[in-house]
Write a protein that binds this ligand. Sequence first.
Ligand code: UGA
Length: 435
Amino acid sequence: MRIAMIGTGYVGLVSGACFSDFGHDVVCVDKDESKIDALKRGIMPIYEPGLDRLVASNVRGGRLSFTTDLKAGVDGAEAIFIAVGTPSRRGDGHADLSYVFGAAREIAEALTGPAAIVTKSTVPVGTGDEVERILAEVRPDARAWVVSNPEFLREGAAIEDFKRPDRIVVGTENEEAAEIMREVYRPLYLNKAPLLFTSRRTAELTKYAANAFLATKITFINEIADLCEVVGADVQQVSRGIGLDNRIGSKFLHAGPGYGGSCFPKDTLALLKTAEDAETPLRIVESVVAVNDARKRAMGRKVIQALGGDARGAVVALLGLTFKPNTDDMRDAPSLSIVQALQDGGARVRGFDPEGIEQARPLMADVDFFDNPYAAAEGADAVVLVTEWDVLRALDLGRIARTMKQPILVDLRNIYPPQDLEAAGLKGYSIGRPL
Ligand code: UGA
């Protein structure tokens, strides 16, 4: 089957590469010439484990190609995916759909045979209706159907998530479109991934509901962690104790510095806007957004408290800057708020990250960057573990303690048991645990 993927961002590039790996003939289209040129030379625009190899082998196999020519990409494609960005619109938090509608118009103009036009970008309820309206306006003659097929992959585990999804949600009520989508995902349902057919609006909302629920779960355990600290309980054990209940489930119950990334912050806000427009407020999600925003700032204050309440003149080394491990993505990373709070308090901040330094540099003024965690910690008054990268899981804690000015370590991801920190000679602080 021939597939066109419009937009080679995170979702588009991973989905395109994985579809080609399943044997489909995939053309990835993007307006950004330098990105397409780089991809043709095998250079990935993002850091995602395994993606470069997957792309290279499918390009070599002749199943995957890249172009800036949308018309050529769409020519003969039976499934045309829209995977362009939907950033938060400046000022009002609504999803900015101008790229989606722009792509829809160009696709409509370029359409050849019958095709499913599939939105994979996260789009608010009703976007498919608007894409359908554009299609009818531009090409009233076309045999094409607009489908919603949201993507649930996580950055850092994108290929695995795409190839072994818990479910695939397809929003269409048209049988011809459903048949195309069954063919697109045939290799996956051989892997027993349930293909869930819904109405288009239901599929669009399902994506937002999933992200809002996960953001809620994280925020819930983060607030329980705060309570644990005050009443002398251990959030790690509370998390395990509740997570073993199948109705709750153990995943996404890891307390930390607050969720970040390109999806949860943006999607929760966009969902709130949809709810507001529908005059059906989602009060739980409203609280989640507010609590998480406040939490990121509070993490900076937590470090200042560990320093005795005064950060003036202190040197603080942040280890792990990206919003989570295995990505170079800095969007809405908690480290950004922490740096701000520390600098506002008069501290000198240092940063280390295995992959994210280039992305972090323009976002973090007056931060000194180091290419290894030990150099960053040397002479520092406090070390803060912000992201649970594997390289930060097996630090030589004794070495860190010996070279620091003051041996204070704030572990915002609960990587180390408090007794290990103590044994290494560190004064340790963590999340939701008695000291
Ligand atoms: C998230 C969803 O998990 C994906 O299912 C979804 O497809 C994606 O958004 C999207 O909408 O495109 P992602 O943003 O890549 O994926 O990252 P997550 O692994 O979900 O992490 C999000 C944030 O939550 C990170 O800051 C992470 O550190 C935090 N988190 C996650 C916690 O603090 N605790 C946890 O237990 C889990």
